[in-house]
Design a protein around this ligand. Structure first.
Ligand code: APR
Length: 229
C-alpha cells in the first residue's frame, strides 16, 4: 500500500466549530498568544493558562469530526494513511483514523509540570490550580507551547521522508518546525494542498491546490487519488 502522509492544521477542524488561530475572528485575535500559549506565560501566570486551555477543552468536547476528518479515515481502505496534526483536538481519532501523530500535544491529556513522562488522560475535565501529579507537582496541559521543543518532530520527519503522497490541509504554514516538514518530501512525490486561502508553497513542489474547505477538498482529493471511486 502506498504511504499517504497528511499534515493538518486548525482549518480541518473549522467546520466542526473549532476556531482557527490566524483567520479573521481567530483565537489569536482574542487572546495574547504569548500570555496563554507560551512557557513564559505559564511561568508568569499559570492560572490564566489553565483557564485558556480549560475553555478550549470544553469547546473541543462538544465538537464532532466533519467530512474532512471522516474522508481521511476512509482513505485507509486504499492507502497506509499517517496523519501528522498540529491540532490538539481528537477529531481525527473520533473520525476513525488509526495513525495520528500530535505535534503540538493533546487537549484531553494533562502532565506533570516537573516530570514530563507522567501523562494523564483527563478527557473533558478541567485542570485546576492545585491539581497535582503523583509526585506532588502541579498538573499542566499536555501541550507544546511556544518556546518549547517539539518532541514528536523526529517521528514526523521520518513519516514525511517515507511518504509516497503528501497532503497539507488547513494550515497557514506559519509555525515552525511543523511548517518545515514540507522540505522532507522526496523529489517527485505528489503534493496536494486543501485550503480556501492562498497558502504559499514553493512552486518547486508543483502542489495541486484544492482551493476549498476541508470537507469538499478531501472529497476532491479522494476522487483524484481513486478515479474509479
Ligand atoms: N477548511 C480548510 N482550511 C481552512 C478552513 C476550512 N474550513 N478554514 C480555514 N482554513 C485554513 C486557513 O485558510 C488557514 O490557512 O486553515 C488555516 C489556519 O491557519 P492558522 O489559523 O494559522 O492555524 P494553524 O496553521 O493550524 O496554526 C499552527 O499555530 O498557534 C499555533 O499551536 C498553534 O497548532 C497551531 C499552529
Amino acid at each position: 500500500m502506498q504511504k499517504l502522509v497528511v499534515l493538518t492544521g486548525s482549518g480541518i477542524s473549522a467546520e466542526s466549530g473549532i476556531r482557527t488561530f490566524r483567520d479573521a475572528g481567530g483565537l489569536w485575535e482574542q487572546y495574547p498568544v504569548m500570555e496563554v500559549a507560551s512557557i513564559e506565560g505559564w511561568e508568569k501566570n499559570p492560572q490564566r493558562v489553565l483557564q485558556f486551555y480549560n475553555e478550549r477543552r470544553k469547546q473541543a468536547a462538544g465538537a464532532l469530526p466533519n467530512e474532512g476528518h471522516l474522508g481521511l479515515a476512509s482513505l485507509e481502505k486504499w492507502f497506509d494513511v499517517r496523519i501528522i496534526t498540529q491540532n490538539i483536538d481528537n477529531l481525527h481519532e473520533k473520525a476513525g483514523s488509526s495513525h495520528v501523530l500530535h505535534l503540538h500535544g493533546e487537549i484531553n491529556k494533562a502532565r506533570s509540570s516537573k516530570d514530563p513522562s507522567l501523562i494523564y488522560e483527563i478527557g473533558e475535565k478541567p485542570i485546576q490550580w492545585g491539581d497535582t501529579c503523583e509526585k506532588g507537582s502541579q498538573l499542566r496541559p499536555h501541550i507544546v507551547w511556544f518556546g518549547e521543543a517539539v518532541p514528536e518532530m523526529e517521528n514526523a520527519i521520518r513519516l514525511v521522508t517515507a511518504a509516497d503522497i503528501f497532503v497539507i490541509i488547513g494550515t497557514s504554514l506559519n509555525v515552525y518546525p511543523a511548517a518545515g516538514l514540507l522540505h522532507y518530501v522526496r523529489e517527485g512525490i505528489s503534493v496536494y494542498l486543501i485550503d480556501p486561502a492562498d497558502v504559499t508553497i514553493s512552486a518547486h513542489y508543483k502542489a495541486v491546490h484544492f482551493k476549498t474547505k476541508a470537507s469538499d477538498g478531501v472529497r476532491e482529493l479522494t476522487r483524484a487519488l481513486i478515479p474509479q471511486k
